[in-house]
Design a protein. Structure first.
Length: 489
């Protein structure tokens, strides 16, 4: 075990799934690293792995002091522990041994306001701080994640060379960029996760329609998803979905996917995304539908009871042309996905405006092209859309995406119509289609809502034909004209 010689370029504290793999990745890229974990068996485990995976330059430490003193100055320490209080406790333990100019980098899925608080606390001790979103799970951490560092730009400068080597690499560079000040890195990662919820929900709906309206087998589904992964939908989530359909149940008949309980877990970043959207008055109906989908999936016993109550409802079964349905679902999935990304990007824009983060949306799309769970070929098109117009009001009005929406609109409506008639719930696709139809219409029935508000609350309304705020005695006038109508009869 290394004693206190300052040999390592960087340190990492917190050696669960993410920390262990990121530490090995950093070591493999040639940066000597020190590691530490509260429970010391994980230190030994990581050191063993470093030996077994190629004698990597990684040294383990059993206490915060030795760990911190083993780092070259200015010191940079990545923390990868459970978000919340464990991060505060880890910072306290480590910062006791750190000096002004040293940096703390929290790589967890942290609430952005916690990061903003810690930036201020760190500053009062002369320390620099980064809140860095890390996406890609275990595999990404080991072989190349997407990294979203926000906070002190000086701190980023100290580790930029490491991060650029460690991140996933795509044709237009490493999947990392300095995101912005404050908690922007955590906020961007949170919205990334919200978009991920939306993608997973939409894919599960495509599966539901193909299976329960189209009657496709798991074998056919595997083939279709493999095929989709060679076209515009090419992405990590489509690829792994194809793989899932191929796995047989080793403990019984058929495929394993049919034996998995239909109850989705979650850790909270999707919920935060929807809460933030509500705070900022930004519509994110597809992401919200995916969150609701997870809530409802949790009511397994209630749903089973309700299915008995409504056992008579079988939906309208019509004969479907399988080939056409498959192609329609592909188009519906793509169009729904564009709406979901438009919502996520607009949420980021609203927060960026509020906080003055000056987020670069094209760069965000670029660093999501590799390493992370939502990595997809389609992100390149989002990058290009924002490069073409950084002030784009919505992806839906980018000329290329608008053309694609028009091309897919009919197929999308056919899928939604068929699913609704058959009684197959597709909340994400419906939410996306309604979002699209609402956004593209110059006139909405909001005139009636305004009139109602003015009638019962004197909230006033604006007119389409002249400026100003107006109030009308709706009830009085209605009664008067009502009696006039009666008199005419
Ligand atoms: P976990 O979120 O499961 O946390 C386990 C780690 O936290 C262990 O190292 C544990 O130490 C440490 N820890 C806890 Br719990 N309480 C502590 C305390 N009071 N003081 C010091 N250490 C404490 O680990 P993870 O799944 O690797 O995730 C790490 C972070 O990365 C989280 O914020 C997570 O949300 C985020 N993330 C995870 C993934 C993923 O796929 N898992 C993906 C992207 C981001 P111990 O060993 O002593 O108990």
């Amino acid at each position: 075990m290394e004693a206190s010689a300052a040999v390592s370029r960087i340190g990492l504290a917190g050696l669960a799934v993410m920390g262990q793999n990121l530490a090995l990745n950093i070591a493999e890229k040639g940066f000597p690293i020190s590691v530490y974990n509260r429970t010391i068996s994980k230190v030994d485990e990581t050191v063993d792995r470093a030996q077994n995976e190629g004698q990597l330059p990684l040294t383990g430490h059993y206490n915060p002091k030795d760990f911190v003193l083993s780092l070259k100055k200015p010191r940079s320490v990545i923390i990868l522990v459970k978000a919340g209080a464990p991060v505060d406790q880890t910072i306290e333990a480590l910062s006791a041994h750190m000096e002004p100019g040293d940096t703390i980098i929290d790589g967890g899925n942290e609430w952005y306001e916690n990061t903003e608080r810690r930036i201020i606390e760190a500053k009062s001790n002369g320390l620099l701080y980064l809140g860095m979103g890390v996406s890609g799970g275990e595999e990404g951490a080991r072989n190349g994640p997407s990294l979203m560092p926000g906070g002190s730009q000086q701190a980023y400068g100290n580790v930029q060379d490491i991060m650029e080597k460690v991140a996933a690499q795509v044709e237009d560079g490493p999947c990392v960029t300095y995101i912005g000040e404050g908690g922007s890195g955590n906020f961007v990662k949170m919205v990334h996760n919200g978009i991920e919820y939306g993608d997973m929900q939409l894919i599960s709906e495509a599966y539901d329609v193909l299976k329960n309206v189209g009657g496709l087998s798991n074998e056919e589904l595997a083939e279709i998803f493999d095929e989709w992964n060679r076209g515009e939908l090419e992405s990590f989530l489509i690829e792994i979905t194809a793989d899932i359909f191929k796995v047989k149940d080793e403990g019984g008949e058929g495929e394993l996917v049919d034996k998995v309980l239909d109850k989705t877990g979650m850790k909270g970043t999707g919920k935060w995304t929807v809460q933030q959207a509500a705070e900022l008055s930004v519509a994110v109906p597809t992401i919200a539908a995916s969150l609701d989908g997870r809530f409802l999936s949790g009511l397994k016993e209630e749903r089973e009871a309700a299915s008995e109550v409504y056992s008579g409802i079988v939906g309208v079964k019509s004969s479907v042309d399988k080939k056409r349905l498959i192609d329609d679902v592909r188009q519906a999935l793509y169009a729904s996905k564009i709406c979901s990304y438009a919502q996520g990007m607009n949420l980021l824009r609203a927060k960026s405006d509020e906080k003055g983060w000056n987020l670069n949306f094209g760069e965000l799309a670029r660093i999501w092209k590799g390493g992370c769970i939502i990595r997809a070929v389609f992100l390149d098109r989002i990058k290009i859309a924002y490069q073409r117009n950084p002030n784009l009001a919505s992806l839906l009005v980018d000329p290329d995406f608008a053309r694609e929406m028009v091309q897919r609109e009919k197929a999308w409506r056919r899928v939604v119509g068929l699913a609704i008639a058959a009684g197959v719930s597709i909340p994400g696709m419906c939410a996306s289609l309604s979002y699209f139809d609402t956004y593209r219409r110059a006139r909405l029935p909001a005139n009636l809502v305004q009139a109602q508000r003015d009638l019962f609350g004197a909230h006033t309304y604006e007119r389409v034909d002249r400026p100003g705020a107006f109030h009308t005695e709706w009830t009085k006038l209605a009664r008067k004209s009502g009696s006039r109508v009666a008199a005419l009869k």
